[in-house]
Structure formats: structure tokens, C-alpha cells
Ligand binder design. Structure first.
Ligand code: GSH
Length: 203
């Protein structure tokens, strides 16, 4: 049975694992399920996306899926074999999945999308709090991408986790201007935004 990646393409975590597959040239079926759908509830105990199926193996959690695809299939390694280099890639991937995802997406983008009063106006409290945290995290990222790659000197799994988040945070004005003000982040995003895996995993 071919590799199947399950989850809606708008999810940054789904896009990241599909980017890993595309970077390696691994053909896969994409099943665009929403969180908490009947299918997803059979694959993830919390109903989250992504999930994966391959040859009888079912997996959830994007890091586990990305690393499985990287290790099982041929193609360029998205996590290097050398342990200290691999640890750095996992470190920066995890930083994107936790600190960066939480601040830029859960506490900012998702608030813009859904935290509205009864008249449909965005409630700003959480957004304003999140924006105050932007300088520190953008500063860390600006240093981490200065080579043109995220925490590394070549394209890796860490880039697959960071680029979809940077894409989403620019949907709203404070995120857009924060990216524009961070020179290295801005150049990094521009350099990779036409990348075929990034474009191919968007829909
Ligand atoms: N730690 C999980 C996080 C996945 C996640 O938060 N997915 C979001 C979509 S981007 C989701 O399913 N949200 C619905 C929910 O948390 O109930 C992973 O890395 O796969």
C-alpha cells in the first residue's frame, strides 16, 4: 500500500510532512481530512492532523511521521545521519512546532480567525499579547536562518516545519510587518517560497 498522508492542506503540520515527502520525491496519496473527522478520530487519540498510513503502520504526530518518511524512503536526507547534526535539526524543528507554532499560529493567527465578538469584530486582547512576544521570537529566528536555511547549512526537516508557519503568520498585518522587519527571515522566506515542495504541499 502506498504512503498516505491524512489531513487538511491548510494545516501547517500537514504541509510540513507533505513537504518532507515531496523533497524526497516520495509519491503519496493525500487525504484532506479536517481535525476530529470520523476518519481522523480512528487515527489520532486527540483527533488532530496529520496522520499517516503505510504498509499497515498507522502514525500520528508530525515529527514521528516526518522522521519515518525520511528514514524509510530513498531521496535526500531531511535529517542528517551524523548524530550531533541530526540533534540540531530536531531541536530547531521542535522549536518551530512548539514555541513558534504556539505564538504565531495558536495565539495570533487563530485568534484573528475565530476570536470575534457577537458583531463579528476581532477581540484584540490575545492578539495584542501575542504581538508583544514577536520581537524575541523573530530575533531568535532571524539569527537561526541567517545561512539561508533554518539552523543548518542545507535544506532539512526543520525548514519544512518553519516555512508553513511563516507563510501563515503573514496573513495578518502585524505578522506581515514583523517578517518584513526581520531581514534574514524575510530573505529566507522569499528564497524558499517558490520551492516546489512548498508550493506542491499547499493544496
Ligand atoms: N503535535 C501535533 C500537533 C498537530 C496539530 O495541532 N494539528 C492541528 C491542525 S494544524 C489540529 O489538528 N488542531 C485541532 C485540535 O487541536 O483539536 C503534531 O505535531 O502533529
Amino acid at each position: 500500500m502506498p504512503l498516505e498522508i491524512i489531513g487538511h492542506p491548510r494545516s501547517n503540520f500537514v504541509r510540513a510532512v507533505r513537504m518532507v515527502a515531496l523533497e524526497k520525491g516520495v509519491p503519496h496519496e493525500h487525504t484532506p481530512e479536517l481535525p476530529h473527522s470520523d476518519v481522523i478520530k480512528t487515527l489520532h487519540p486527540m483527533g488532530q492532523i496529520p496522520a499517516m498510513r503505510h504498509e499497515g503502520l498507522e502514525l500520528f504526530e508530525s515529527m514521528a511521521i516526518a522522521r519515518y518518511i525520511d528514514e524509510v524512503f530513498d531521496g535526500p536526507k531531511m535529517v542528517p545521519d551524523e548524530p550531533s547534526k541530526a540533534a540540531k535539526i530536531v531541536q530547531w524543528s521542535s522549536f518551530a512546532q512548539t514555541t513558534v507554532d504556539r505564538l504565531f499560529l495558536r495565539q495570533y493567527v487563530v485568534q484573528h480567525m475565530f476570536n470575534k465578538d457577537k458583531d463579528g469584530n476581532v477581540i484584540r486582547d490575545e492578539i495584542d499579547k501575542a504581538v508583544k512576544g514577536f520581537p524575541k521570537v523573530f530575533g531568535i529566528l532571524d539569527e537561526a536562518v541567517k545561512s539561508g536555511f533554518y539552523g543548518s547549512d542545507s535544506f532539512s526537516m526543520a525548514d519544512c516545519f518553519l516555512l508553513p508557519i511563516l507563510n501563515s503568520v503573514q496573513r495578518y498585518p502585524e505578522g506581515k510587518s514583523a517578517v518584513e522587519s526581520a531581514a534574514n527571515v524575510s530573505a529566507y522566506f522569499k528564497a524558499h517560497s517558490e520551492r516546489s515542495s512548498f508550493v506542491g504541499a499547499a493544496s
